[in-house]
Design a protein around this ligand. Sequence first.
Ligand code: ADP
Ligand code: MG
Length: 635
Amino acid sequence: MAKAKAKAKVETTGATHSHNFQAEVAKLLHLMVHSVYSDRDVFLRELISNAADALDKLRYEAIANPDLMTGDGELAITITPDKAAKTLTVADTGIGMSEAELIDNLGTIAKSGTQAFMEQAKTAKNDVHLIGQFGVGFYSSFMVAHKVEVISRKAGGEEAFIWASDGSGTFTVDPAPKETAPQRGTSIILHLKEDALDFLEDWKIEEVVRAYSDHIAHPIRLTVADQTTRQINEASAIWTRAKSDITPEQYKEFFGHITGAYAEPALTLHYRAEGRHEYTVLLFVPGEKPFDLYDPERRGRQKLYVRRVFITNDAELLPPYLRFVRGVIDSEDMPLNISREMLQHNPQVAAIRKAVTNKVLAELKKCFEAEPEKAAKIWDAFGPVIKEGLYEDMERRDQLFEIVRFNTTKRENVTLKQYVADLKTNQTAIYYLTAEDAAKAKASPQLEGFRARGIEVLLLTDAVDSFWVRMALGFDGKPFKSVTQGAADLDLIPLEQEAPGNDADEGATATLIAVVKQTLGDSVADVRKSSRLTDSPVCLVASDQALDRTLEKLLARQGTTDVKVSAPILEINAGHALIKALAENARKHGASPALGEASGLLLDLARVMDGERVADPVKFAGAVGALMQKTFGAS
Ligand code: ADP
Ligand code: MG
């Protein structure tokens, strides 16, 4: 987990060590202190979640180093309200923090996280619910506290330290007085604001814990009047329970804990695998995109447990194109003392990855077939990511082809199976058009001939499309073919209505083509008659050997050095009135300066229709201006 952290600045003032918060944190704290959020409860959830993480970390570390458990042996979270002092303390017996970690973890943050959180907090109208997702949950304590103290002793550490801040620009970190120091772990002491004193009431604390943290697998205790404690959560790992004993609310709560986003999961997968490997799977497909879906450093995908002991967040239990799937896999038969490094080459992990990937794809397929509305939602959020699998996971390409869906010139959310069921007579290929967005795609002149024949064309508007479609061999024996590439071989497919211009003079057209080709020289690879066009006079296509034009442009834009945008083929619509007139002129007079100029304009028109720049804007403007003058008879 690579958190880019800037060092906080240290100033020594007398006995206390004062530090400035990183600027980003200061901004976030200002927001926490001054905004009026309606969901202030979330602070408790965030502190409990951090405490549970700390307990998990200790339990894992103690496998290799049992001495760490000395001191207070029990792993638990204790919540203690103190009405007289107006403090609420959340204490854990977990891994704890050293002095340096207190400064680092509670003074700086991964930049992307805060920035992203502040942006969404602005737009989502004071919705602070998602804070945990951004890795800044701790700071939510300042919604309810005017001062926060954190006393912590790292497991195995000699000394304890106390971190304190009132949420303005600075915090202090000092050695903790002996009498307050815990034997191990962390106590967070919140000095509550006057308007947050209800968090000192037992019923309020229990209500919040029940709502958000019931599933935490460690006991959560509430200190009641006379220093005795009472456990207030279920404290059993939810995935170990029978499906029939778990309510949708409990699944939702656990999903919230896993993702930090408290929303409804779109899909829940809970099962136990038995046989050569035994493990329990509880995975969710979220209903919405997380903010860092495309962040290469995105952390915490699926959690690996071994017999209820948390091992790691990044065992890569699913391939990257399923990185939006979140949850837990708990192995019964893996060794507990497996190091995180060894996981990469562990055959059991590989076997689990394979089986669970297949299961997730099967569930997606089932859901997509049975629940079109949900399918559309999931596809909308994660479709472009799932499509990465089409070139990253060749082995499962056919499985993925059963899941992916497309918008086409005729319909939305179409599967390939549905597409091929609707082929026209003599249609042998699956036609597609890649473009930056749907509007541009639909306006492409290259589609005209396909429309006139009633042929459906897939509109591929995601960046990943250009990559997989080039490598995919086809579906159901039909190759994928770009409508902007190669000869369209459309002539074999009958037109639905008779197109104009079948009366074009073949000889005259051939002469025009020769003149245009000669004039344009190297700027085009070829000039030829088109069967793609019905309404537009011209269009550009790529030759069969070249890359698809959209991909070529994409790669050139990304600065891929060895890709040069190759000269396109100019296709002309022999039936178009303008082309007919030019052909007639060519037949009568052969090459002429006027026809030469018209040839250049034809190429520029085709470029403009493809969203490109004309070769020479000044010349183009001059030529169009001259034509208008002629039409309107100005002298
Ligand atoms: P996140 O939990 O997403 O990392 P937080 O803002 O909630 O973000 O916490 C920041 C960091 O502070 C944690 O990653 C952890 O390293 C540390 N931390 C917070 N609370 C505790 C705790 N109770 N015990 C140990 N470390 C903690
Ligand atoms: Mg946290």
